[in-house]
Design a protein around this ligand. Structure first.
Ligand code: NDP
Ligand code: PYC
Length: 346
């Protein structure tokens, strides 16, 4: 992230994926989640760590514990799934996490996608504190195309405005390829994810220019100035800003969830999870006319490589996944001690 940061070797221990999932599941259960929710969040968070998606891996556990302790989110919530139309599923997450809400509605969503060719899942009254690719990638592994958006918490200044309003509002997309892994991208519509700003602040690193402003609205490369009263900017100026606006509309206005600016967690010290909404759109490409979609996506990738492309979105994650599968998931010793202590608490 910082152009000049030296690489510092931190002592680490390696864990297998099942061992990490088990440790995280214990933490979630000890800190107020029912077993299914704990499993779901543990698998999500461990997968992020395995793939080197560090801004949403074990780094997030302290925030989960803090937000659960604050009473802001209900780790025992039972999502209510409603079959509202031929291609529309709605879930009230009941002030719980978004991932168990998706899990509860998933089979109905897939069945509707297979019969109607397309189906939507609108989740509201939900908290999403994770990477978004784990929500879409499994659909592409089943041959479906999936798009998801989630809004977060006010910390991004719309392009041309003076003060923050939008969340960091990621968009994730997954599509099958005839051979190999699905094509997946997952990106915040802010110039950088809030999690990466926090990580930079902890490490004492400076950020690249053009990412954020301080509390006076002045450009800054200091992550602490962004976190302490400052704000982020959208990526790509007016273009990222328009996409972020779209995410607010789809993830909140359409689902019945909160806009990023509509919730107030000040009565819940320690609250960390945005209380918003999430939309998923899943498409069955076999319903379309013409050649197989997976063959066509393979051809597109082939042509991209032919013109010199070295790295596809999602490829770094896949490579890290393979390394983790071979050698285990490396976690800094100090961080692992903290996780083990959290697993003993509660
Ligand atoms: P990045 O900018 O790191 O990456 C965005 C996408 O671009 C990824 O798919 C990545 O693939 C790909 N990519 C990155 N660099 C290159 C490159 N040089 N060439 C080709 N592809 C590239 O992610 P963000 O910082 O935008 O987001 C990080 C995470 O934060 C996401 O998982 C997002 O869902 C999460 N987030 C969650 C929020 C929430 O409310 N729950 C809010 C905001 C963000 P690869 O992964 O392989 O590097
Ligand atoms: O990294 O921007 C972020 C984020 C917000 C909510 C969860 N992650």
């Amino acid at each position: 992230m910082s152009a000049s940061s030296p690489v510092v070797e931190v002592p680490s221990e390696t864990l297998s994926l099942p061992a990490l999932v088990q440790l995280l599941q214990t933490i979630f259960q000890r800190h107020g989640c029912r077993a299914e929710v704990a499993r779901c969040l543990a698998e999500n968070c461990a997968a992020a760590e395995r793939d080197g998606a560090h801004s949403h891996g074990v780094f997030r556990i302290q925030g989960y514990v803090s937000t659960l302790a604050s009473g802001w989110v209900d780790g025992r919530a039972l999502p209510v799934v409603e079959d509202v139309a031929a291609a529309f599923v709605r879930v009230d997450a009941a002030n719980g996490f978004a991932q168990p809400a998706l899990a509860a509605a998933r089979q109905l969503l897939v069945d509707k996608t297979r019969s109607a060719g397309i189906a939507l899942l609108a989740i509201r009254n939900s908290h999403h504190f994770a990477a978004l690719w784990p929500d879409v990638e499994p659909f592409a592994e089943e041959g479906l195309v999936a798009l998801s958006v989630v809004n977060s918490m006010t910390c991004v200044v719309p392009h041309g405005a003076d003060r923050p309003l939008f969340g960091t509002n990621p968009i994730a997309f997954a599509a099958p390829q005839a051979q190999g892994q699905p094509i997946v991208f997952d990106l915040a519509t802010s110039a950088i994810a809030h999690g990466d700003v926090q990580i930079a602040a902890r490490k004492g690193e400076r950020l690249p220019p053009g990412i954020g402003v301080d509390s006076l609205g002045q450009p800054t490369q200091d992550p602490r100035a962004i976190l302490e009263g400052g704000a982020l900017l959208p990526f790509g100026g007016h273009k990222g800003s328009a996409l972020s606006m779209m995410v607010e509309l789809l993830a909140a206005a359409l689902t019945g969830g909160n806009f990023s600016f509509e919730f107030d967690w000040s009565d819940h010290p320690g609250a960390r999870t945005p209380w918003t909404g999430q939309l998923l759109i899943v498409i069955d490409p076999s319903k379309a006319a013409g050649q197989s979609f997976a063959e066509r996506s393979q051809e597109l990738v082939r042509q991209m490589h032919a013109v010199g492309l070295k790295r596809l979105p999602g490829e770094r994650r896949q490579q890290q996944r393979e390394r983790s599968q071979q050698h285990g998931i490396a976690i800094a010793v100090e961080q692992l001690q903290q996780l083990r202590a959290l697993a003993e608490e509660g």
